[in-house]
Design a protein around this ligand. Structure first.
Ligand SMILES: *[C@@H]1O[C@H](CO)[C@@H](O)[C@H](O)[C@H]1NC(C)=O
Ligand SMILES: *[C@@H]1O[C@H](CO)[C@@H](O)[C@H](O)[C@H]1NC(C)=O
Ligand SMILES: *[C@@H]1O[C@H](CO)[C@@H](O)[C@H](O)[C@H]1NC(C)=O
Length: 319
């Protein structure tokens, strides 16, 4: 869903860039150790300070870049940016919602084209041949959480083995998206686990990362209810290694499709009830981060990268 923002200028630019997004992971606290946040470039300095403040259960340990679609594989800048990320970045996400249309942030790629691009472009990162010699851990494309998504993954897998009958498309983890209610989330994750783990004849089991999830277009109370069911469930689910809510932005910055109810911040940078629940740890509704707005942040967004506060300077100094 990343590209379906209100700002069409951003949409165009992000479509052609190595779209990066962050899943800032994990904390010292055991119960929060899987929690991160999906982060988009056009955000506010105080909000970032709050998310990364000392008491935050979300620790800025790692920035996870994404190769958004085929265009990104053709843009030399993609590898330059990925290579330049700090050594704490070790995981790389591949194509964003390839079964979805570009209008809703998907990358609209056929399973066959995706398999070819994955083997030619993404797998070399895993082998240390691209991306500055690091052996990146890579994920299969993250589809929409629909029956089409599963069908797409099945056909992708077949195409992978058509191209490379021995290895198919190797991966280290699975990135999942979910927009809908709690029962649907459970069922979607169950299907992915069945596809990749229970039913797969491959030896290695793949952990799942829920890199985007939300209950779209619902009121605050229902959204909080869904999150309240989801967090303890995912914390306990052994095959889910990390998860992040969509998203860590203000109500004004939510896109029309998700609706304002998914935002962790209100229009003035205070935590919404949802934000306070996600932060946990004694964070309060209305609580704001320190610091002042940075007038230059709009400019940064215009380069079309989705980046994390903790590595912004590293990412942007390359451009
Ligand atoms: C897993 O295998 C079972 C039994 O063949 C099948 O019914 C089910 O649809 C498969 N699940 C997935 C997600 O492919
Ligand atoms: C992909 O296809 C291969 C080869 O047919 C098969 O062994 C494997 O179980 C399939 N599924 C996954 C998730 O690898
Ligand atoms: C979350 O659910 C628990 C019960 O499982 C309940 O006690 C608590 O009040 C709920 N919190 C919110 C914010 O809805």
């Amino acid at each position: 869903m990343f590209q379906s923002r209100r700002h069409t200028r951003h949409q165009r630019q992000t479509a052609y860039r190595a779209s990066l997004f962050a899943l800032l992971s994990s904390a010292a606290l055991a119960q929060d150790s899987k929690r991160g946040f999906a982060y988009i470039g056009d955000t506010h300095v105080p909000d970032n300070h709050l998310l990364t403040s000392t008491n935050s259960p979300l620790k800025c340990l790692e920035f996870i870049p994404m190769v958004h679609g085929i265009d990104a594989t053709k843009d030399p800048q993609t590898e330059v940016v990925i290579k330049g990320l700090p050594s704490s970045s070790t995981h790389l996400l591949s194509f964003n919602e390839p079964d979805g249309s570009q209008g809703s942030g998907g990358s609209s790629i056929s399973p066959k084209d995706a398999a070819k691009a994955y083997i030619d472009y993404v797998v070399p990162f895993r082998e240390g041949k691209s991306g500055g010699g690091r052996k990146w851990k890579i994920s299969h494309p993250s589809t929409t959480g629909s029956p089409n998504g599963l069908d797409w993954l099945r056909r992708f897998n077949e195409s992978c083995y058509d191209i490379d009958s021995k290895n198919g498309c190797p991966a280290d983890f699975v990135a999942a998206h979910w927009y809908g209610n709690f029962d649907g989330l459970k069922s979607w994750l169950g299907s992915l686990d069945e596809f990749y783990n229970t039913n797969s004849t491959r030896n290695e089991k793949l952990p799942i990362w829920v890199t985007e999830m939300a209950l779209p277009q619902q009121n605050a109370q229902d959204t909080v209810g869904m999150m309240n069911q989801t967090l303890p469930y995912l914390d306990k689910l052994d095959y889910v290694e990390r998860y992040s809510w969509f998203g860590a932005f203000r109500t004004d910055d939510a896109n029309e499709w998700t609706g304002d109810g998914v935002a962790l911040f209100d229009g003035h940078g205070g935590l919404t009830a949802l934000g306070a629940l996600y932060m946990g740890n004694g964070f309060k509704v209305g609580q704001k981060g320190e610091g002042v707005e940075d007038a230059a942040s709009g400019l940064r967004v215009s380069v079309g990268l989705m980046a994390a506060l903790c590595v912004w300077s590293a990412v942007f100094s390359l451009l």
